[in-house]
Design a protein around this ligand. Structure first.
Ligand SMILES: [Zn+2]
Ligand SMILES: [Zn+2]
Length: 716
């Protein structure tokens, strides 16, 4: 018998498998989906068995499978099928699709070492007359004590220290080693749930209809989490399983705690702060059918649950559901595919869905369910401050209005949240003598000053140098840090308001559980003000916050991306949603140089529908999603000319092989020309049907283009 094995090896053809003979010792245990070690060239590699068959070609000289790894683990039929779908749709190697589904410990790679955890249990050897032994060894009190305990029940070996070893040596006691799961400790929130009539209606509507795709559109604070919980309870009652995806699990500890509090041991959590060993344990619990719910970020969509009845995608607008490295899958597409395989319901939930999601909801492609009211019944009041006027009064950072409100809130012993979506101290460094701007040598990006580490660093590649005032060009001590980052804002606020300021951004949350600790500290009331980047916009509930200030939203609006309007609307309304969730009334102040912009105007009216209509108009005119799909090709090379020449050739190939229904733009220099020492060119394709496109793109990946890398991103 032969096994067709796919291995981790760089081959041009996306799905190439190799056949190996199954030696007799494995013929009874091997199964499709197993991980095996096979010889390849002069080395050994790991791979997955995709097929077992008898089509032996006598003219070939087959080699034998060396070993089966983790024989109790295998990729099940559904995951095998899903990998094939991903490889075809995303134009990437099949093996990379399987690898991305697994925790590191189970990926096909000889480098991985599973850090297993064992315990040893001990019990009396039944074939020995222990009473006789006791009579003969009366003097050995400790041994007899142990035997008497073990007469009652089996125990863990560690309970007895080293004194049990002699009994084991003499075969009076038998010891047995078995693998155990590490205990993952997570906060639990056991608050009881009371549903409002809106929530009840939403639950009933989803349970009682026969559609498979839903969009739960609920304003911030409308209680989507409670709806999810009720739906999940219902699924468990039917003996089915469920998956809940959240954008970034470390940023949503409060939601995870609620799931844990309600479903206890039935839920496995894929948390980014779990060790590899803990992730492996959680995965094993799922494989062994010990859990029926999985909560996690993007990759939890591959959880090997059986009989899935419900998949929930919370904050479905989040860009974190799309993986940025190959395979560039979107977890929502995968959710729909798994929904199809399992005949399960897929529920997307958001207060600010992506335009294409809401458009599908309105068209009936998704069953649209609304939660129009906040549980607290309160919406915050909004003020837009025109910074053109403020800057004439020399108020560049904190406007007069915001200053008054901060003082008022602090004097009432209430707390304030300020959003500034720029981390670091400054946002760029420039010489006031010659105009030199500090840039990363690897990327075409300004360096940013970080005061806490006293360094200039690149936020893209991590390049870092010790800070110095001396200009590398004119050698004057004239380097000035310009622009405002969270670190600088923190120190300004501390001085101005004489209050403890807590900062939450990528720099203060890069250690294990740091995010959770910061949240607990802010809840405890030790701090008056919380300053943070977009990570403070989601999933946080603080009862004592009555004011939110948005410091520089224009920066987010001016990012050159067709989604920047949508993302800014989301960021602002989500951040605004942090106030007025409980008893305190909330106030939100937006400081902008563009007070009339439709994004801000709709945020303050809390009118997503009106924003949707404005934005749809723009998308229609510019032929962007949801009117067209977009595929982008990023061509990179270590020289500018090579990247440029090859992208021109690729563009020509696309022009020749695709008809007029495809709009092909570029090649153009990327908004970041150089990143990590590679020059970047973009080609953009707008289309309505992808059937021909996938074939042509596949041909391009198989063209023998040297010294450039082509990165294809379908449906961006
Ligand atoms: Zn200079
Ligand atoms: Zn860099």
């Amino acid at each position: 018998m032969l096994a067709s094995v796919i291995i981790e090896y760089s081959v041009k053809s996306l799905n190439k498998v190799f056949d190996y003979i199954i030696p007799p010792k494995f013929s009874n245990i091997i199964r499709v989906g197993n991980k095996v070690i096979v010889p390849f060239g002069s080395s050994k590699v790991e791979g997955f068995v995709l097929k077992i068959h008898n089509n032996i070609d006598e003219s070939l000289d087959y080699r034998e499978i060396v070993d089966i790894q983790e024989s109790d683990f295998y990729l099940n039929d559904e995951l095998l099928k899903l990998g094939k779908y991903m490889s075809d749709f995303l134009l990437c190697n099949l093996i990379s699709c399987y690898q991305v589904m697994l925790p590191r410990a189970l990926k096909a790679s000889l480098k991985t070492n599973i850090n297993r955890k064992y315990e040893v249990k001990v019990y009396l050897n039944k074939s020995i007359d222990v009473d006789k032994y006791i009579l003969e060894h009366k003097r050995n009190k400790r041994e007899i004590e142990i035997i008497n305990i073990l007469k009652e029940k089996e125990c863990l070996k560690k309970e007895f220290g080293s004194s049990i070893n002699r009994l084991i040596e003499k075969n009076i006691v038998i010891s047995e080693r078995y693998e155990i799961n590490r205990e993952v400790k997570l906060d639990e929130d056991t608050k009881k749930i009371f549903l409002t009539s809106d929530q009840n209606k939403a639950v009933d509507e989803i349970i009682n209809s026969h559609d498979n795709k839903y969009l739960l559109y609920g304003v911030t604070g409308s209680g989507k989490t409670e709806v999810y919980i009720e739906l999940l309870k219902n699924i468990l009652k039917m003996n089915k399983t469920g998956i809940v995806l959240v954008p970034e699990i470390s940023l949503t500890p409060q939601i995870v705690a609620r799931f844990k509090g309600i479903f206890g041991n039935k839920v496995a959590v894929f948390h980014s702060s779990l060790s590899e060993g803990e992730k492996y344990d959680e995965y094993r619990r799922i494989m062994n059918n010990e859990v029926s719910l999985v909560v996690g970020a993007r990759s939890a969509i591959f959880a090997p649950l059986k009989n899935i009845g419900l998949i929930i995608i919370d904050e479905c607008q989040s860009s974190t559901y799309k993986q940025e490295s190959t395979p560039k899958y979107n977890a929502i597409d995968i959710a729909f595919k798994r929904g199809e395989y399992n005949n399960a319901k897929v529920v997307l939930g958001s207060a600010t869905p992506l335009l294409e999601q809401y458009a599908r909801g309105k068209k009936g492609v998704f069953h649209l369910v609304k939660l129009p009211a906040r549980i607290s019944g309160k919406f915050p009041s909004f003020d837009i401050v025109d910074m053109n006027i403020e800057s004439k009064k020399h108020n560049y950072i904190i406007s007069n209005k915001l200053d008054i409100e901060i003082n008022a809130a602090l004097s009432r012993k209430e707390q304030v949240i300020l959003l500034l979506n720029r981390r670091g101290y400054s946002t760029f460094l420039s010489c006031s003598n010659c105009g030199y701007v500090y840039k990363c040598p690897n990327c075409d990006i300004s360096l940013i000053y970080h005061r806490s580490s006293n360094s200039y660093s690149c936020h893209y590649c991590g390049y870092r140098i010790t800070s110095s005032n001396k200009c590398p060009k004119c050698h004057e001590d004239a380097i000035k840090d310009l622009g405002l980052g969270t670190e600088k804002l923190e120190s300004i606020l501390e001085k101005k308001y004489n209050v403890n300021v807590l900062r939450m951004d990528a720099d203060t949350t890069n250690t294990k559980n740091a995010h959770r600790k910061l949240i607990n500290e802010f809840s405890s009331g030790k701090y008056g003000i919380l300053v943070g980047t977009q990570m403070i916009s989601k999933g946080l509930n603080f009862e004592n916050v009555s004011l939110v200030g948005i410091i520089n939203p224009d920066a987010s609006l001016s990012i050159p991306d067709f989604r920047s309007g949508e993302r800014t609307y989301e960021l602002l309304s989500q951040t605004a949603g942090r106030v007025g969730r409980f008893d305190l009334p909330g106030k939100v102040i937006i400081q902008t140089y563009n007070p009339n912009n439709y994004v801000y105007q709709n945020v303050i009216k809390n009118d997503y529908d009106s924003f949707f209509n404005c934005e749809m108009n723009i998308r229609h005119k510019l032929m962007y999603p949801p009117y067209f799909y977009i595929c982008s090709l990023l061509v990179t090379s270590n020289t500018f000319d090579k990247a440029k020449d090859e992208s021109v050739k690729i563009k020509d190939y696309l022009d020749k092989h695709l008809d007029d229904s495809y709009i092909i733009l570029g090649p153009s220099v990327s908004s970041i020309v150089k990143l990590n020492n590679r020059y970047r060119f973009n080609i953009m394709i707008k289309y309505k049907e992808n059937d021909k496109l996938l074939k042509v793109l596949k041909e391009i990946t198989e063209l023998n283009i040297k010294n450039v890398n082509i990165d294809i991103n379908i449906n961006i």
